[in-house]
Every structure is written in structure tokens, then in C-alpha cells.
Design a protein around this ligand. Structure first.
Ligand code: TRP
Length: 448
């Protein structure tokens, strides 16, 4: 157990876990779905989902991790020996594999756009950004190249280990991310028309809230907080026993939500109103078009894509760490070999996703990347979160769970705190997630 590694301090953990949570999901998915689903009204629904449904699950994962001091598979084997609950952990490791494979493709685009930005390719040419993006997306060799570049960056950090790799990277990168965001927000707010974007973003339109939007908010909360696949079990397993898990979970949830909301204050003022496009094209086409037209646009573009790359890197690191921890704890592999081996295989698995944006006709037609996102980023995560709730409620037992949480957390024992966690874990979370899971399966529609 000694050589598994441990965070150097509470702050170290909070930064690393926030790094996992803060990712592409915050920078471009959150602003867009907020814009499309009622602006400020959606933010309120999202906050409700975060604190009512997602936050208790974050605590559940961290407790399972810290109690067992193991990877997700080992965690269930340790707490419930002889049972089949480890399968949830195994599904989590698979989800890490799956999500990382396509997530690295999109993360690779941010590096490509930094390079394009520095070489002036984004702003000086009179090429339409939409054409630029679709040509880039359809260039199979380049797609694979950047997928491997990003995977190599991820592997490099994970090889460094818990304290000297993951935590150190987060300590440098997260403050930098925050600084770059503030610079960008201040700048875009001075642009003409910025106020229209802000208005669009924050004025609530409650007529857009319906059951679909609520489920969308819940799926987004899950993905954004890195829940449902054991990333937080793994990060929690490197926590010392006396840490106040409740406050740690709260800080991570708070920072993740803050960054998501702030990202909207970059995108909408820059657009000067409602977005016309969604998904990849919002950032890689519409925003690039804005950068071409504003003063210092070239520099701003480089700053923006650097920020996205940073957010993505601290997230890919957490995804790879889940798989790496599994190989170390369960298969007795050495960290370096585990990280390189897993990283390489995942990059190979990413190839079909990389070729599904125009390079290969068949993969493009079936929308391989989106399918991967649906299966792993939606179904696996919600199912995992659901099963983890059931595990604590009906297998491990809430009493044992609370007993472990109480080490370091002074709230445990207070009736309202225990009552709240009990209601959340027994009823609210499993029920809400079950509805989301059913909706996903029945509609076959991606949410996260
Ligand atoms: N939360 C990250 C984002 O918002 C993505 C991510 C990293 C993730 N690790 C995860 C999602 C584990 C689910 C599970 O982009």
C-alpha cells in the first residue's frame, strides 16, 4: 500500500480532482447547452442537479476509494469480498478506456488549433473557418497524429505518479487555466455587442425548461464531475484517512461548476448573442470566426485553445489513471509500463473515432465518435453511478459508509446531515439516475 502514492495535501487533492472534473465538458459543452436550454433558467436546474444528485455520488465514490485504497475493481473486491460487485469497477475501467479514446481525439484538436494559431493559420488566411475545420477533420493522418500527440502528453503526466505527476501538473495548470480565463473574460467583455451575449446567457427563460432539459442537466452534471466510472474512487484512494471528505468533495464540485459558468462568460460575449451552432463547430468554427474579426484575435485564439488544452489534459490524465491504477493494483504491473501500455492501446482504440469526422466514409456515416460517447460517456456512467448508490445503500450499508466518512468529517452524526445523506443515497439519487438511464436507453439519444 505504501508505494501506491498519496496526495501531498488536501489542496493537492482538490486541485487534482478539480482538474479531472474541469474539462472539455465545462469549456464548450456547458455553455452551449445552457444557451440552447433557457440560459439562466438552465443554470438553476443544473445547480440543483449538481448538488442534489451528483454531489452525494461524489461523496460515495470518494468514500469507497479512501476506505479500500484501491483501484475501482479492487475497491469493490476489498469492501465486498466474494461478491460480484467488482463488475461495476470493471465497467468503470472499461468506461475509462472508452471515454479516453474519443476524448483524446477532441483534445488533440485543441493542440492542432494552438499550432494553427501560432503559425497564423487561423486568422490571416482568407479561408472560411468552417472549411478549415472540415478539411482538418477529414484529414485522417493529421487526426491520428494529434490523437497520438495528446495521448503521449497524458501518458507523460501519469508516468510521473500521483504526487509528482498528476498533482504537480494540476498545481501548475489549474491556476494557469484560471488566469487565462480571467484575461479572456475581461477582454471579451470589452467587445462591441458583448452585453447582448451576457444578456442571452443570464436572463432566464423558464419556458425552455422541461423534462428533457432536466435530464440533460443531470447527464451534464455527471460527466462534468467525472462521476460514475470510478475516477473519484481512484483519486479518493490516494487520500489520507483523516481528510474531511465532505469538504473536499464540496470544493471540487464548487470549482467545477464555477469554471463551467465562467466559460459561458467567454463564449457568449464573444459571440455577441445566441449561438447558431452546437457541438464542435461552436468552438472550432463559430468562435474562430469571431477571433478572425477582433483586434488581437490571433493571440486571443492561442490563449483560448491553450486553456482548452489544459482543461482537457488534466481530465485525460484522470481517465488514464483509472486504467493505470487497475493495472498496478490488480495486475501487479509497474506504473511506467502500465501507463505506456494502456495509453498506447487507448490511442489505437481512438483511431476509428479520429477517422469518423470525414476521413472514413463508413465510420463517418455511423458517427463512431458520437456512438462511443453515447455508450461510454452516457450509458456506462449513469449505470455506474446507479449501481454505486445501490452498493452503498443495500450491500455495504449506510452505517458502515457513514462510519468511514466520519473519520475527518465532523458533520457525521448530526441528525440533519445523516438524514440528508440517507435520503439522497437511498431514494433521490438512484431514482433520478434510473429515470435518466431509462430515458437514454429508450430514446437512444446522447446527453453527455
Ligand atoms: N469531467 C471531464 C469533463 O468535463 C471529463 C472526465 C474526466 C470524465 N474524467 C472523467 C468524465 C471520468 C467521466 C468520468 O470534460
Amino acid at each position: 500500500m505504501d508505494n501506491r502514492g498519496e496526495w501531498s495535501s488536501k489542496l493537492g487533492f482538490i486541485l487534482a480532482a478539480s482538474g479531472s472534473a474541469i474539462g472539455l465538458g465545462n469549456i464548450w459543452r456547458f455553455p452551449y447547452i445552457t444557451g440552447a436550454n433557457g440560459g439562466g433558467a438552465f443554470v438553476l436546474v443544473y445547480l440543483l442537479c449538481v448538488f442534489v444528485v451528483a454531489f452525494p455520488i461524489m461523496i460515495v465514490e470518494l468514500v469507497i476509494g479512501r476506505k479500500s485504497k484501491k483501484d475501482p475493481v479492487g475497491a469493490f473486491k476489498t469492501i465486498a469480498p466474494g461478491s460480484k460487485w467488482w463488475i461495476i469497477g470493471a465497467m468503470g475501467v472499461m468506461a475509462g478506456f472508452g471515454i479516453l479514446s474519443y476524448y483524446s481525439v477532441v483534445a488533440g484538436w485543441t493542440v492542432a488549433y494552438i499550432v494553427k494559431g501560432i503559425s497564423g493559420g487561423l486568422t490571416v488566411s482568407n479561408l472560411d473557418p468552417a472549411v478549415l475545420f472540415s478539411r482538418f477533420a477529414a484529414n485522417g493522418k493529421l487526426q491520428i497524429f494529434y490523437l497520438f500527440v495528446f495521448s503521449a502528453m497524458t501518458v507523460y503526466v501519469v508516468i510521473g505518479g500521483v504526487k509528482d505527476g498528476i498533482e504537480k501538473a494540476a498545481r501548475v495548470l489549474l491556476p494557469l487555466l484560471f488566469l487565462l480565463m480571467v484575461v479572456l473574460i475581461v477582454y471579451v467583455l470589452t467587445l462591441p455587442g458583448a452585453i447582448n451575449g451576457v444578456k442571452f446567457y443570464i436572463i432566464p427563460d423558464f419556458s425552455k425548461i422541461n423534462s428533457h432539459t432536466i435530464l440533460m442537466a443531470m447527464g451534464q452534471a455527471f460527466f462534468s464531475l467525472s462521476l460514475g466510472m470510478g475516477a473519484m474512487i481512484t483519486y479518493g484512494s490516494y487520500l489520507p484517512d483523516d481528510d474531511d471528505l465532505f469538504s473536499s468533495a464540496f470544493y471540487v464540485t464548487f470549482f467545477d461548476t464555477l469554471i463551467a459558468i465562467l466559460a459561458g462568460f467567454i463564449i457568449f460575449p464573444a459571440l455577441g448573442g445566441a449561438p447558431t451552432k452546437s457541438g464542435p463547430s461552436l468552438v472550432f468554427v463559430v468562435l474562430v470566426d469571431v477571433f478572425r474579426k477582433i483586434p488581437f484575435g490571433g493571440v486571443i485564439a492561442v490563449i483560448f485553445f491553450t486553456l482548452m488544452a489544459i482543461a482537457a489534459l488534466t481530465s485525460t490524465v484522470s481517465l488514464l489513471e483509472v486504467v493505470t491504477a487497475y493495472l498496478i493494483d490488480e495486475k501487479g504491473m509497474e506504473r511506467k509500463k502500465a501507463a505506456i501500455g494502456a495509453g498506447f492501446l487507448i490511442a489505437i482504440l481512438g483511431i476509428p473515432s479520429a477517422l469518423s469526422l470525414g476521413a472514413n466514409r463508413w465510420l463517418t456515416r455511423i458517427g463512431f465518435l458520437d456512438k462511443m460517447d453515447f455508450i461510454f460517456g452516457n450509458i456506462f456512467l449513469t449505470f455506474g453511478g446507479f449501481m454505486m448508490c445501490l452498493f452503498v445503500a443495500y450491500k455495504w450499508g449506510l452505517e458502515c459508509f457513514l462510519e468511514h466518512l466520519s473519520e475527518g468529517c465532523q458533520h457525521v452524526g448530526k441528525p440533519h446531515f445523516n438524514g440528508w445523506l440517507k435520503i439522497a443515497i437511498y431514494f433521490i439519487c438512484p431514482l433520478a439516475i434510473a429515470i435518466l438511464l431509462l430515458y437514454l436507453i429508450l430514446t437512444g439519444e446522447s446527453l453527455g
